[in-house]
Ligand binder design. Structure first.
Ligand SMILES: Nc1ncnc2c1ncn2[C@@H]1O[C@H](COP(=O)(O)OP(=O)(O)O)[C@@H](O)[C@H]1O
Ligand SMILES: [Mg+2]
Length: 248
């Protein structure tokens, strides 16, 4: 079987700054990768390229064996994306938005409605019927974005900071959903700057810093030299201690 994701020398420059710098990585089907890095490390830029939202400066991307450059549409049919900014159509209600997304994927109305109900139930998403997404709370928007990423039954799912700004109850529900996707062989990639989340959730970890892949493997691989993920992370990405604040 072809790898679920294959990045080869992937690079994205903004001006003369490389946001993603010569990134190569292979994920087998069913893998669950946590892409970990500080703010500005290049995580979102990587996901945007991989999901076809941003064109690489150089390098190649294959999803399920298909080259994104030549088979963009086929790739997009098989992936689900929860982007950084969620990218909702906020003038629609949640169900209207999911109907729109579902139709784009060619799903039948009855299928869309049934899946929407199931997703809303599972995520405890119960907006008043006429409430447009613009009036959803941040957590509700995040849940709706997750519904949109999953409604067509994707084989590979990319989530950019899915736990950012989420309460603990919702966070647990999202974790359960990710676990059940993983159990069904769906390949998952999430980004986070939160060590604990990646450490607890993701069997595979990639550490990105200044656009470069600093380490990649299982927690055990990363622990080669011993220590916690925190100490490995801080060692890898620098983070020199600064002095005290002068006025405190
Ligand atoms: N559209 C853009 N134009 C210019 N610079 C960008 C753009 N998008 C991202 N960057 C820069 O690229 C770097 C990586 O950003 P990003 O991928 O968003 O990081 P992360 O998601 O890890 O926080 C940052 O320095 C950011 O300022
Ligand atoms: Mg980001």
């Amino acid at each position: 079987m072809a790898p679920a994701l294959e990045l080869t020398n992937l690079t994205k420059r903004f001006g003369d700054k490389a946001a993603v710098d010569d990134l190569s990585l292979v994920l087998e089907p069913g893998a669950f990768l946590g892409l970990l890095g500080r703010n500005g490390a290049g995580k979102s830029t990587t996901l945007k390229m991989v999901t076809g939202l941003l064109r690489p400066t150089s390098g190649s991307i294959k999803v399920l064996g298909l080259d994104l450059e030549t088979h963009g549409l086929e790739v997009k049919r098989q992936i689900g994306v929860m982007p950084e900014d969620m990218a909702l159509l906020e003038f629609l209600t949640g169900p209207q938005y999911l109907r729109f997304v579902g139709r784009m994927y060619g799903l039948e109305e009855a299928v869309i409605d049934a899946r929407q109900q199931e997703l809303f139930d599972k995520l405890d998403l119960a907006p008043a019927p006429k409430t447009v997404a613009a009036d959803y709370s941040f957590g509700m928007k995040k849940k709706l974005a997750l519904c949109a990423a999953l409604i067509h039954g994707p084989k590979v799912v990319f989530l950019d900071e899915p736990f950012e700004g989420i309460d603990p109850v919702t966070s647990r529900t999202i974790k359960e959903i990710l676990a059940s996707l993983q159990a069904r062989g769906v390949t998952l990639v999430l980004t986070s700057h939160i060590l604990e989340i990646v450490e607890r959730l993701c069997p595979l970890i990639a550490i990105l810093d200044e656009g470069r892949l600093k380490d990649f493997g299982t927690m055990e691989d990363l622990r080669r030299g011993g220590g916690s993920l925190e100490s490995i992370f801080v060692d890898l990405v620098g983070g020199a201690r600064k002095g005290e604040l002068s006025w405190l």
